[in-house]
Design a binder for this molecule. Structure first.
Ligand code: HEM
Length: 422
């Protein structure tokens, strides 16, 4: 089963806490990039006592971690950063919560087997076969915006759109979009945020409902196969548990129903925010739409929607000259790697024509590299193409306050007020 920890999941290993390490605020997003810049210069690998993780900030130290899954386990990628209350763990266990490690938090050899099955459906060819439907969906949202001027683009479009795209692939009716978004929001906060005990207990009920929903989906598709992800998993399984068990199939659905839209919502919001903040770059895309695919990469680089990810050291290791004991938790700061001056010239400049923008690691690297990356890229590209064409004069509403959800991993503004007609 997925790791349901009710105590701090911090191994009993000695970790020196430096003055610098004490100043890192892993849940705060304001000023994060300035902090990372200082970290890369002054103390690129440090221990953060607030969460009990070693934080690694330089690209050249992060890549070897991703590329060495035998020494750096992904098993803690979805462990709750704030421990679940005992009562909640009991409640989930007694009521049949059974999501297991299948992909992003699963190690080899199981990961290899499961990813091969998932990739029969989650692949470039299938994603691109949905392009006409994705375009139609984006056009629908944009048509609905015409005639309005001041809108919160998150509420009006980017919060829901990636979920509805994913639902096309999953065979889920639109009427269930908001419910699943709420479950996913809760799950994200429970896993990566710092909810109070009361909030966690309440969110636990939603987590169980979410899991049961995924189990039911597998049962439904067993009875009545369709052209969707769950049906494909069952077809490839063909009744053989050594290929994929039914519980693994439900766990894969449970995984993708979070990974497949929260990330893209943030990706869209981040790139829109940066394009409108750097208005000359927006105007460049309006004039030169061929630059849009590169602007998608620059958006992911400059403002990564997954700012940090997690691994655990399976043996004593050395990272950037720092000795890290076996069993330590490691936070790899993807956002920092994507601003690393040793890889990107003038990293703090947002440049839609940047030549090596695609060298970012916003989708991770190695065996867990994001399986949905082509879909995310396609969605963001279509949205930018449609918005720059329909609302070339779009501007940010000046002096608005930006709020970020407080998590250690996901980053994106929760609201983005724009004037569509300038
Ligand atoms: C901008 C959007 C997205 C970003 C920034 C993003 C980022 C990431 C990252 C950082 C990882 C972990 C990689 C690692 O550990 O090396 C990951 C894994 C994953 N992502 Fe995405 N993702 C995005 C969109 C999507 C979409 C649209 C889907 C589904 C269709 C998806 C499904 C997955 C899955 C299933 C994994 C686990 C892969 C594995 O362990 O084999 N992601 N993603």
């Amino acid at each position: 089963m997925t790791r349901l920890t009710s105590s701090w999941d911090i191994p009993d290993v000695a970790a020196p806490v430096s003055d610098f390490g004490k100043t890192y605020r892993p849940f705060a997003h304001e000023g994060m990039y300035d902090f990372f810049k200082a970290a890369r210069r002054e103390e690129p690998v440090f221990y953060c006592p607030e969460i009990g993780y070693w934080v690694v900030t330089r690209r050249k130290d992060i890549l070897p971690i991703f590329r060495d899954p035998d020494r750096f386990s992904a098993s803690i990628a979805l462990s709750p950063v704030t421990p679940f209350p005992d009562a909640m763990v009991r409640y989930l266990q007694e009521n049949g919560f059974g999501a297991e490690q299948t992909q992003v938090n699963c190690d080899r050899p199981k990961h290899t087997r499961v990813r091969q099955v998932a990739a029969q459906f989650l692949n470039m060819k299938v994603f691109h076969s949905y392009e006409p439907q994705i375009r139609a969906l984006v056009t629908d949202y944009v048509e609905g915006l015409k005639g309005r001027n001041r809108v919160d683009i998150v509420d009006a479009m980017t919060y829901e759109l990636p979920a509805r795209v994913l639902f096309l692939l999953m065979g889920i009716p639109d009427s269930e979009a908001r419910k699943i978004k709420e479950w996913a929001d809760n799950r994200l906060l429970m896993t990566f945020g710092k909810l109070s005990e009361a909030e966690l207990l309440e969110a636990g009920k939603g987590l169980l409902d979410f899991w049961k929903y995924c189990q039911r989906m597998i049962e439904d598709r067993q009875a009545e196969p369709r052209n969707d992800y769950a049906s494909k998993l069952l077809e490839v399984r063909d009744g053989d548990d050594s290929v994929l068990t039914l519980n693994e199939a439900a766990s894969l659905v449970f995984g993708v129903l979070l990974a497949g839209h929260e990330t893209t919502t943030n990706g869209l919001n981040n790139v829109l925010l940066e394009l409108l903040r750097h208005r000359d770059q927006w105007e460049r895309l309006v004039a030169e739409p061929d630059l849009i695919p590169n602007a998608v990469e620059e958006g992911l680089r400059f403002s990564s929607s997954v700012i940090a990810w997690r691994r655990r050291a399976l043996e004593d290791v050395e990272i950037g000259g720092v000795a890290i004991p076996k069993g330590s938790n490691i936070l790899v700061a993807l956002g920092s790697a994507n601003h690393d001056e040793s890889q990107f010239e003038d990293p703090e400049v947002f440049d839609v024509a940047r030549k090596n923008a695609r060298e970012h690691i916003a989708f991770g690297n190695g065996i867990h590299f994001c399986i949905g990356a082509p879909l995310a890229r396609l969605e963001i590209r279509i949205v930018l193409e449609t918005l720059t064409k329909t609302f070339p004069n779009m501007r940010l509403v000046p002096q608005q306050r930006l709020d970020w959800v407080e998590t250690i991993a996901f980053r994106g503004p929760v609201r983005l007020m724009v004037d569509l007609e300038g």
